[in-house]
Design a binder for this molecule. Structure first.
Ligand SMILES: [Zn+2]
Length: 331
């Protein structure tokens, strides 16, 4: 007789049931099967397995319960066409030449390097905030990996649309009736960085960005986007701008991802999850800048408070979950 494992339920922390599960059962050797489970909802997930035969009749009524998995929450970082405009607004990209001539390949390459450096810095900050949390950031849709509807999409670029209240730099749309639905639309409004009146109160912000916002002095072909040590005041300046903008994006990204992971809208004052009002220094960790004197003071940007530091790794642990030795505990 051929035996197989048939799934009989998927229940992440008891919050919803009957979620999509693609199952593939493969008979490896006579009497043995391997079951592949795909497209589970993200988070700590309890899977009930029932031992059955190939016609799905339960064998000896055995049901193995409490197989715990931590399913990663995938986020697709969807760089909107507006993002390049956001970079241009702060002098980190060029959209056109003053004389109207098309951009050269070299100019486009410089812009691409600046964009890549900004995103590296952003991801570094987001990932450092979310250490111990089982999530993945992708620059392509996660649909092929986890199936439609099983991942979040973060649009990056542009300004806060008028219908978004309160939220200044980012938003995540949570359907109150389906809080644990993974495909929450999210946005990081990178354009706000160039116009934020609160940021303009920062001396470091103005020292870094005011000169670059002058079209004549924006990053251009011939500029080197440094990835390591800098060789000139100009490179020092460009690196500071990339770090500051990247850290801002990473902080906003981490804030919105935290809302998606814990979808109850809670804020935590005095932390990265403050409901707004954080300064440039808090969001980026950058507190001083002077290109000529090669001063660039950066500290760790503000992080999560005690609530989120504890709650997120507990809901989405990266470590292996061993709830029970399920194979020995047939129900
Ligand atoms: Zn918030």
């Amino acid at each position: 007789m051929t035996t197989g494992l048939a799934w009989c339920g998927l229940q992440p922390d008891g919050d919803f049931r009957g979620t999509t599960l693609i199952e593939q059962t493969e008979i490896t050797t006579p009497g043995q099967s391997r079951v592949t489970l795909r497209a589970q909802r993200p988070g700590k997930t309890r899977i009930r397995l029932k031992l059955g035969d190939c016609t799905r009749h339960a064998l000896q009524s055995k049901c193995y319960a409490d197989v715990m998995l931590s399913v990663p929450y995938f986020f697709f970082l969807d760089l909107r066409p507006e993002f390049i405009h956001d970079l241009a607004r702060i002098g980190l990209a060029r959209l056109s030449n003053p004389d109207g001539s098309p951009l050269t390949v070299q100019q486009e390459n410089t812009t691409a390097s600046a964009q890549a450096a900004v995103l590296r810095s952003a991801l570094h900050v987001a990932e450092r905030n979310l250490i111990g949390v089982n999530f993945r950031l992708l620059y392509h849709s996660a649909e092929a990996a986890v199936g439609a509807g099983n991942f979040g999409t973060v649009s990056i670029g542009g300004f806060t649309p008028p219908e978004v209240e309160r939220s200044e730099y980012g938003v995540v749309i949570v359907d109150a009736a389906k809080r644990f639905k993974p495909d929450k639309p999210m946005a990081v409004f990178a354009g706000e960085f160039a116009t934020s009146s609160r940021f303009r109160e920062s001396r470091a912000y103005r020292a870094i960005f005011d000169p670059l916002m002058d079209a004549e002095k924006a990053v251009d072909a011939g500029d080197v986007v440094p990835s390591g040590p800098v060789a000139s005041d100009r490179q020092f300046h460009i690196r500071a701008a990339i770090r500051a903008f990247g850290r801002f994006l990473g902080s906003v990204l981490a804030h919105e991802i935290a809302h998606a992971l814990f979808p109850f809208g809670a804020h935590e004052r005095g932390s990265l999850m403050a409901p707004g009002g954080l300064t440039f220094e808090e969001k980026t960790g950058v507190t001083d800048f002077d290109a000529r004197r090669r001063i660039f003071v950066e500290r760790t940007p503000i992080g999560f408070g005690p609530f989120y530091r504890e709650c997120l790794p507990s809901l989405f642990p990266t470590g292996e979950i061993v709830a029970t030795d399920w194979a020995r505990r047939p129900h």
